[in-house]
Design a protein. Structure first.
Length: 144
């Protein structure tokens, strides 16, 4: 299996989503963004794609090191956000390919339940920009 392309979508007002695809039809999703800098992070993702195309997506740590060590200047919020989103997408891809949730790939569940927080605005714009049949859910704290 080889990575064939990285696709990005900017969703108003400030989100960036990434889809990594392979020659076998597998894919994974990530969110490589810094608030207010989606276009800049998107450019970094596309620059990093040169290191990923043709590579085995299951070698996640190897690819992370290639991306991080590829340039003379390392770190910083833009580059690390791009790498983080790619990392998310690679783990998602691997989990989908193996048919297991990502938490199993990372050592297994450590809790039976957990609290969540999500915040969003402009949901009509976001919903129309994302693929059909992808939905968000409102999660409320447990009743006491």
């Amino acid at each position: 299996m080889k990575i064939t392309q990285l696709k990005t979508w900017q969703v108003p007002p400030r989100w960036l989503f990434l889809k990594i695809e392979t020659d076998e039809g597998c894919y994974g999703w990530g969110e490589p963004v810094i608030e207010g800098r989606a276009a800049t992070v998107e450019a970094a993702v596309h620059e990093l794609s040169d290191y990923l195309i043709g590579q085995d997506p299951h070698r996640i740590e190897h690819l992370w090191n290639i991306m991080y060590r590829a340039g003379f200047y390392r770190g910083g919020p833009i580059l690390m956000s791009a790498i983080a989103g790619i990392d998310q997408a690679l783990w998602d891809l691997k989990g989908r390919d193996l048919g297991v949730p990502v938490h199993q790939l990372l050592g297994g569940a450590v809790r039976d339940k957990m609290r969540m927080y999500a915040w969003t605005v402009a949901t009509a714009q976001a919903t129309s920009a994302l693929a059909p049949k992808r939905w968000s859910r409102k999660v409320l704290p447990p009743s006491k």
